[in-house]
Write a protein that binds this ligand. Structure first.
Ligand code: ADP
Ligand code: ZN
Length: 738
């Protein structure tokens, strides 16, 4: 082999033919490398430009990752043209590379999260309006009269608006245009996101809040990245406080991103923002329509939109000058994405903040152990709000020992909880029953033969949803009708529901409190996000006296009439094999009990438990969060678990059990872990089959100092390639272990 591996021809080409510009284009598919294309003469391209390129037999878009010169005769395909989309700034490209390196996802897949946002290239239809210009029509009708009365002020109105207001069809308006009474005129473009006013209102802060505000404003004023943990009990005013950092960022002309775990449900948040800043922020989540997404995308790239409140995917938007990132409820598991690119939005927010020189504020009443450790170690600034605003007390939390105060057979509410609910609603206050189980019952079995209904695609039980008259798998979405007779032994009326879901609880509530207005809030009720938002509003305005809900009611909502929270099964989360089970339960129950007593009445919470001496339950009752964190952190440290060590999961799956298992074993054989790395498994996954895929897991545990990604990459590179339908998925910093 010669040192110079180019062929003599190519040397000759270099010398004899003019050179041409070649671009390496990253394509938003599961590819790690960028493909090279020639740039046709007359087209000028820069790094970051979005381009149309041929790929196999079709055309696709991609982003110029690099430009260089090469021989004009090279037989590369040519770029088709530039797409009508904002160019990607260097920080965003760096971010794509960074996320790919960290998560081991192909760069193209990460890029896809940036480009999937809008459907690039669609011409905007211009909305038309009408204005009154001419004489009244020859023939007057009541409908026409209504239209003319509205337009009497001479203003331009959109046709659609006019139809709604006047209660007429578009034909009525078209008729008036034909007669020359009205004239069509294009509507001016409405701003995508009106400018929030940092000084729209002024909040008066308490002493402790003022100190927090100062720290946040100071961080926001710096043009460098810093990370700040804002820890404050539920109702302490974290939102009000971080709004001041947003205000400061607005004053400096930079953009703010507020990440929220459950953005689709945060109607209340948007209202509060509007109260503080005069307008709502732009929203970004899966419920936003394609055209709107496109507009927001462009408005962020141009710098016109200043504040966006969004789900984790908003982290990948093309900000022109990002000046602040807030991660609200930073401990939430919803921040971890677990398909496609496995990334944790909180951690990647920290990375993006660094790249953009923007401060990052992590807010929570019950921070993740990771953030707590970082704050204590002074890697993060640490700001605390120890008290509820306005002298409101934290809810008093007590347990109900279910061994002593047992519910009646096939019932789930203890006599004591029932009594407390009675008293609460008699006073005209609200009670909330929390149970993190959708549907009617988590298991259905035949009393005669013991048959249990299992998902045909997964090793899970089917959950009965009585409201929909169906049995459903919560992992793959499989749905079947609940039969009248047992499919195994054909006995009639032998099927029994085992255990409670929120729908079953509603039944019990209806029996016990037949007079009370009760509502189930669950994400799977028909009507979608809009209905949920309306229902949450109704709860906030005191319309219901008993609310039954899954975890989505625990987050961030402000229900002023709510004074009692009953946790139906406080032990539910504690029994899983998840290393974060204690932390999660502490956070979840801290959130949900924190809904109580945010209005003018004191709040209390009752935890039904069969194990009231469990450290998590004890910590919740005593309110001694410090102690809980101390003990939990000590345990993590002793076990070398995050953040003291690092974890990665390899999930090996296949359509059959054997190939999955043997590939997992083959991987393990070549793991060759260096010092500081332990490779555990392979073991069959706790849910051994999902969607018909048999699953095995390998857990990699390393010390913090080990260059983790490099080791994993090398290992996977030397491992046998998966064949057939075997797939290997890498999950860095896994949050779930099923
Ligand atoms: P957290 O985000 O910590 O749960 P919030 O910011 O939601 O707390 O505050 C709880 C309630 O107290 C809200 O209704 C909020 O408007 C109110 N509040 C907090 N601080 C102030 C303040 N300084 N002035 C007026 N109202 C406040
Ligand atoms: Zn299933």
């Amino acid at each position: 082999m010669r040192a110079d591996s180019r062929s003599p021809e190519s040397l000759f080409d270099d010398a004899e033919t003019p050179s041409t510009v070649i671009v390496d284009v990253l394509i938003p598919l599961a590819l790690d490398i960028a493909y090279s294309y020639k740039v046709p003469t007359g087209l000028t391209l820069a790094v970051g430009d979005v381009v149309h390129v041929p790929l196999a037999a079709r055309e696709t878009i991609g982003v110029v990752w690099e430009t260089r010169t090469g021989a004009a005769t090279s037989n590369l395909k040519a770029v088709i043209g530039k797409a009508d989309a904002p160019s990607l700034r260097p920080h965003l490209r760096e971010f794509v590379d960074w996320v790919a390196r960290y998560t081991l996802a192909p760069r193209g897949l990460v890029l896809r999260m940036v480009l999937r946002a809008p459907e690039i290239e669609r011409n905007e239809r211009i909305a038309m309006g009408v204005r009154l210009v001419g004489a009244p029509p020859q023939r007057m009708t009541p409908a026409r009269q209504r239209v003319l009365a509205i337009l009497d002020d001479g203003l331009l109105r959109s046709k659609r608006d006019l139809c709604d207001k006047a209660g007429v069809s578009a034909a009525v308006i078209d008729g008036l245009i034909d007669e020359g009474t009205l004239v069509p005129e294009p509507m001016p473009k409405a701003p995508v996101a009106p400018l929030p006013d940092p000084d729209f209102t002024k909040t008066i802060f308490s002493e402790a809040q003022s100190q927090a505000v100062d720290a946040l404003i100071h961080a926001a004023q710096q043009n460098t990245s810093s990370i700040l943990l804002l820890e404050g009990v539920t109702g302490s005013g974290k939102t009000e406080v971080y709004f001041e950092a947003v205000a400061e960022t607005l004053r400096s002309g930079r953009q703010s991103l507020i990440l929220m775990p459950e953005i689709a449900l945060t109607g209340q948040f948007l209202d509060r923002f509007e109260k503080r800043f005069g307008v709502r922020p732009a929203e970004w989540h899966s419920g936003i329509s394609g055209r709107r997404r496109e507009k927001i995308f462009a408005a962020l790239a141009s710098g016109e939109a200043k504040v966006i409140a969004g789900a984790r995917s908003a982290l990948f938007l093309p900000y022109a000058n990002l000046g602040l990132i807030i991660v609200d409820e930073e401990h939430e598991t919803a921040y971890k994405q677990e398909d496609g690119v496995n990334y944790h939005a909180r951690d990647m927010a920290v990375v993006r903040g660094r790249l953009e020189n923007a401060p990052v504020i992590l807010a929570s009443a019950t921070p993740s152990i990771e953030s707590r450790v970082n704050a204590k170690a002074r890697r993060y600034l640490y700001v605390k709000l120890p008290e509820r605003h306005g002298g409101r007390a934290m809810p008093v939390i007590a347990t109900i020992d279910m061994r002593e105060d047992a519910p009646a057979k096939t019932k789930f509410l203890s006599p004591r909880l029932v009594g407390e609910i009675k008293e609460t609603i008699a006073r005209g206050e609200q009670a909330l029953l929390y149970l993190n189980r959708r549907g009617y019952a988590p298991l259905t079995l035949c009393r005669h033969c013991g048959h249990r209904f299992q998902c045909p695609n997964c090793t899970t039980w089917l959950v009965e949803h009585r409201f929909r008259r169906a049995l459903m798998c919560h992992h793959c979405g499989h749905v079947e009708r609940r039969p009248e007779t047992c499919p195994s032994c054909s006995t009639e009326d032998s099927l029994a529901a085992c255990g409670p879901g929120v729908e079953r609880l509603q039944e019990e509530v209806a029996e016990q409190f037949s007079e009370a207005r009760a509502l189930v809030l669950s994400s799977d009720m028909p009507g979608g996000i809009e209905r949920l938002r309306r229902e949450i509003e109704a709860v906030a305005s005191g319309e219901f006296s008993i609310v039954i809900g899954t975890q989505l009611i625990a987050k961030g909502h402000h229900f002023p009439y709510l004074s009692l929270v009953g946790v139906v099964d406080a032990d539910l989360g504690l029994t899983s094999g998840d290393p974060r089970a204690a932390e999660r339960t502490f956070q979840m129950l801290g959130q949900v009990t924190g809904r109580a007593g945010r209005g003018h009445t004191a709040g209390r919470a009752l935890l039904q438990s069969y194990d009231p001496e469990h450290p998590v339950i004890r910590a919740l009752v005593s309110g001694d969060a410090e102690r809980f964190y101390r003990e939990e952190i000590a345990q993590r440290e002793a076990a070398g678990l995050p953040p003291f060590g690092r974890l990665a999961s390899l999930i090996i799956s296949a359509n059959e059990r054997l190939p999955a298992e043997s590939h997992a074993r083959a991987l393990k054989r070549v793991a060759d872990p260096p010092a500081g790395v332990t490779v555990l498994g392979p073991a069959e996954a706790p849910i051994a089959v999902i969607r018909g895929r048999h699953r095995f897991r390998i857990l990699v545990k390393t010390e913090r100092s080990v260059p983790f990604q490099i080791y994993l990459k090398e290992w996977l590179a030397r491992a046998p390639k998966p064949t057939g339908n075997v797939r290997v998925e890498v999950d860095i910093d896994p949050q779930s272990f099923y």
